[in-house]
Design a binder for this molecule. Structure first.
Ligand SMILES: CC[C@H](C)CCC(=O)Nc1ccc(S(N)(=O)=O)cc1
Ligand SMILES: [Zn+2]
Length: 263
């Protein structure tokens, strides 16, 4: 199986040129969370997020998703608790979505797909001094995953949606201030699944403590449609491609146990 070989060829993805050999490859993400196989761990604590909206800097299209980037030169926007021993600094958040509401998330719950998934990316500032260092280390990163469902309009998301037309093309950037990412978290952040995995795009490094929220958030169909109006391609390219289906295919659990913070 993919888990036993020293190198696995990560799934060919239209966006990436050629197969990518991933060292190790037995802790890859995303995975399907099989609820009945997850193990309740009473040691798991509630998440403690402390985000400062003033550290929000810019929003940009990196040709794969759109990222909202935070100033992570100080411990102003942090994540502690949950399965984590150390303090982690928020560096960016982004989303993955489909061309239709039928799919788009990276993780699934008992094979259930969601139309989109939010990732809040943090790095271990107790142990490392830069994201680029932490991204290569076993306990370097913590990513909170939140599923999106189509329903009522998400008022907090609208400020972000309104900025997207300005970054339609790859490598476009606009200034974006005072956005509090806490507004994108579900009401209940005590119930989550957690497992050790990887980044879901290159460099695919196996440095992530994944924290996947049990409760989803709701966004409107029209808000999601604006995500799909983004382009993978830069303004110069003559063939424009819609930014949709920017999710990685599911990876083998390779015997990993997913722990739950709830029964
Ligand atoms: C040197 C490495 C380079 C800078 C990495 C830049 C980066 O942030 N990559 C990244 C972050 C999060 C995810 S996900 N989708 O949350 O697993 C995937 C890829
Ligand atoms: Zn992601």
């Amino acid at each position: 199986t993919a888990c036993s070989s020293k190198y696995v060829l990560s799934q060919m993805h239209p966006m990436w040129q050629g197969p990518l050999a991933v060292p190790g490859g037995d802790r890859q993400s995303p995975i399907d969370i099989v609820v009945r196989k997850s193990v309740f761990d009473s040691e798991l604590k509630p998440l403690v997020t402390d985000y400062d909206p003033h550290t929000c800097q810019q929003i940009w299209n990196n040709g794969y998703s759109f990222l909202v980037e935070y100033d992570d030169t100080t411990d102003k926007s942090t994540l502690r608790g949950g399965p984590l021993r150390d303090k982690f600094r928020l560096c960016q958040f982004h989303f993955h979505w489909g061309e239709s509401n039928a799919w788009g998330s990276e993780h699934t719950v008992d094979r259930r797909l969601f139309p989109a998934e939010l990732h809040l990316v943090h790095w271990n500032s107790d142990k490392y001094s830069l994201f680029e260092e932490a991204v290569m280390e076993e306990n370097g990163l913590a990513v909170i995953g939140v599923f999106l469902k189509v329903g009522k309009r998400h008022e907090g998301l609208q400020k972000l949606v309104d900025a997207l037309p300005a970054i339609r093309h790859k490598d476009s950037v606009v200034e974006f201030n005072r956005f509090d990412p806490a507004c994108l978290l579900p009401v209940n952040t005590d119930d989550y699944w957690t497992y050790h995995g990887s980044l879901t795009t290159p460099p695919l490094t196996e440095s992530v403590s994944w924290i996947v929220m049990k409760q989803h958030i709701e966004v409107s169909h029209d808000q999601l449609a604006v995500f799909r109006s983004l382009l993978f391609t830069s303004a110069e390219e003559d063939v424009q491609k819609s930014m949709v289906n920017n999710f990685r295919v599911q990876q083998s659990p390779c015997g990993r146990t997913v722990r739950s913070s709830f029964t």
